[in-house]
Design a protein around this ligand. Structure first.
Ligand SMILES: [Zn+2]
Length: 171
């Protein structure tokens, strides 16, 4: 009888530990997801500033080279209350940037066929997205914040962001 009790006790402990570990993993995953979610919220201001910029400049995005300077120097920056630290991921102390897709430089927004599927901004290892492959899985554990040509931002997997970037690049 005693050893059955011990066995049941041991099983209960294993179940409890497994449950706690799963709870912990879930907690970490949720925290990582919310990190990327916060970045999507932060990126919205930048995405809106780009829209405001294009409205002031014949519907065209700024040139990719020096886009940050062009944006900060434009009236749209003031209207969007844009500051220097609005260009970086808040969760990773600036190591990850909110980068502009190089192939969207000076593009006329009115010519974009599917703006909701056209990646304009993404979290990236620099200020300008030169290649889709630079959107890395390690940013928010496989997720990144992006903005499309409508100015909306969202969290997607890094793989999906790379696919969107490739599609936009070839257009
Ligand atoms: Zn981030």
């Amino acid at each position: 009888m005693g050893c059955v009790k011990k066995l049941v006790g041991a099983c209960l402990v294993v179940v409890l530990v497994t449950f706690l570990v799963e709870l912990l993993i879930l907690g970490i995953q949720n925290q990582r997801l919310s990190e990327a979610g916060d970045c999507a919220k932060e990126m919205r201001k930048l995405a809106q500033a780009l829209i405001l910029y294009s409205e002031a400049y014949d519907d065209r995005y700024p040139p990719a080279r020096g886009w940050k300077k062009s944006l900060l120097a434009s009236p749209s920056a003031e209207r969007a209350v844009l500051q220097d630290d609005d260009f970086a991921c808040g969760a990773k102390s600036g190591r990850i940037r909110f980068a502009f897709a190089s192939w969207m430089g000076s593009v006329d927004r009115s010519t974009i066929e599917r703006p909701e599927d056209t990646l304009v901004l993404s979290e990236y290892d620099g200020d300008v997205i030169s290649t889709p492959e630079g959107i890395l899985d390690r940013f928010h554990h496989g997720r990144v914040a992006i903005a499309d040509a409508t100015g909306r931002t969202r969290v997607v997997t890094a793989g999906a962001a790379r696919a969107l970037a490739r599609a936009a690049k070839t257009h």
